[in-house]
Design a protein around this ligand. Sequence first.
Ligand code: BGC
Length: 725
Amino acid sequence: MNLPAAGVPDPARTPARPAPEHARPGPLDPTAPRWWRPPEPHWSIVLTGDDPLRRRVDGALLTVADGRFGTRGTREECGVGCEPWVMAAGVYRQAPGDIPRPLPGPLWFRLDVPGDDDAHERRWLDLRRGVLHRERDGASRLRSVRFASLARPGIALQRTSSDQRPTVADGSSLPVTVGVDQRRWSHDDVEVSETSGIGTITAATCTEWHEGEGRHVVDRLASLDAHPTRRPATGPVLAALEHARTQGAETLLAEHEAAWAARWADAEVAILGDPELELAVRFGLFHLMASAADQDEVAVGARGLTGPAYAGHVFWDADVFVLPFLAATHPPASRAMLEYRLRRLPAARERARASGHAGCRLPWESAVDGSEVTPTSTVALDGTELPVRTGELEEHIVADVAWAAWHHHLWSGDRWVTRGPGRALLLETARYWASRLEQDADGTAHLRGVIGPDEYHEDVDDNAYTNVMVRWHLTRAAELLAPDDDEAERWRDLASRLVDGYDPRRGCHEQFAGYFDLEPLQAAAVGTPPMAADVLLGRERVAGSQLIKQADVLLLHHLVPGAVPPGSLPHDLDVYLPRTAHGSSLSPAVHASLLARQRRPEEAAALLRLAALIDLDDVTDTTAGGLHLAAMGGVWQALAFGFLGVRPHPLGLALDPRPLPRAWDALELTVRFHDQRVRLCLGHDHLEVAGAAGVAVLLPGTVDGATHTTPVRLRRRDEHWSPER
Ligand code: BGC
């Protein structure tokens, strides 16, 4: 089998193209292929028609973003039922008595476009190039392209071409965003919009010209800047706009395409034999890459830059689900995510201090300054107010972030984590645990009164997930200190005494103390997952049962497989898989990954498909609020950690592949390991590892037990891999 048939252009062979001097080709012009590219099979999400009831969902799916700013795929003219958003990463508004919520930016793309009820409409998001296309036929033909420049974050461009003249909405190129206090002014042909106080600043131009047989073309060029705590300066925004304008639209498009090509070259994925799944996976990876900037710090909210659900807050979704893909393909982005956490440790320290503890306790939901911003109540469907206790009790986030920092280090070799400021993400947080654990008279250590990943059960003692992650965390942090350091010694001692819920007689973990005494209810008795079992049965009934919301114990096998007893995975799967409602979008992909590890590829593929299509099919009716980034990250992990068994290891890249589903011919994945590009291709009976030469590859079960170096081609015999001579 050959390695990736260059589905992705090699950036080294795709030089940025200079802007031609001749007249600008308009999108209605078929001779302008650079601007107007028909949907490319395997690489384009195509949506046809314009159903007002789908406008919010479509807007989320078709978001274009540059890691700092996202513009939902709302049409130029918006329309009934749409929910347009321009979002800036980490920028929130804070109304009195409310939690922080994303601050909407000016809708720089708005145009009034003459309508046409009989028009046939088609839009497609070109994932390879990061360009949104729109095509409307009928009495008023229209073509448009829109992108958020990956090469120049903060610059966005839209070119709209129509037989009838599009006009700027409101007579302004930066219409007022409802509910936001904005100041607008203009200078020459540039309009500027500033949100008062903190927030965003946007400058935009609107250039209009005629082309060919009376076609009207309007280019809207926007320059955006935002800051979480202060108002950005106007000068740099205007300068960036001016610079972009002098470069010209052709150059902006070419450099943007080259930037996407470079990102894909390090993150290529192909599932030969299953094009639908392959496209869904690429869709997810596109949005993951678009949601995280790679400089300074970046806050990745639960829905990234694609919508306001979960108030744009940063959860463990970012650290545990999104970050691994970025660490393995573009570590500057995972590093920026960790910078976000690091800079908020002062608030975490203050919180620990306030509860009488040492070290730093990170918030379950985080926004501007790192204080806890989880709402304390929510309103149920029937209007009753329900308490929300996750902000108070879901403490595993502390160990999750430490795990993320370590994971970033293993992929990239970034010593910022082990010897630089990033150490605090492991050490200061370990100090919290050391002061938080309770020790009983019999010498055992406990963590009481928490919520684990399964949020159906609140205020439980000794949640296995949390305790094992804490044990892993204390042990890892101790390794960063000198071997004879007293604190390290204390951490190791505590770790060894922390109970973990593992029952050797049954061979499985108990999710928390007393879990097995609860009503032994299974998901199939309630409905077909994914489902919100707490809504279907009521919170109390679910809390008194063994039904769980999402992977909890099982997540340990996925994140820290070396920290659980060997051989316990099949038993834990037998216990927890039938009890899981998949009431969180984070859940199916983790199970897919573990079923792949257990050599149950067909079941793994079914759950993988569910996770990959969660937004494209709007499976849970929540996509309108934004895309489920954590599910997308989980899909990548199921392919990488699950099927390929690829793990970064201090000695090299560890691989431990598992059988593929029958329908797949091969699974191809590109990663970056210590700054080297490595291409993996797994077939039913062979594995090829190529890319940079000389990367150490560690394989269990190789017949000669040897460590290989890339390039290497291996053949499977039973469960053993041996090099092909
Ligand atoms: C899940 C959490 C998740 C949050 C945001 C909840 O429903 O249970 O694990 O962090 O959604 O995605």
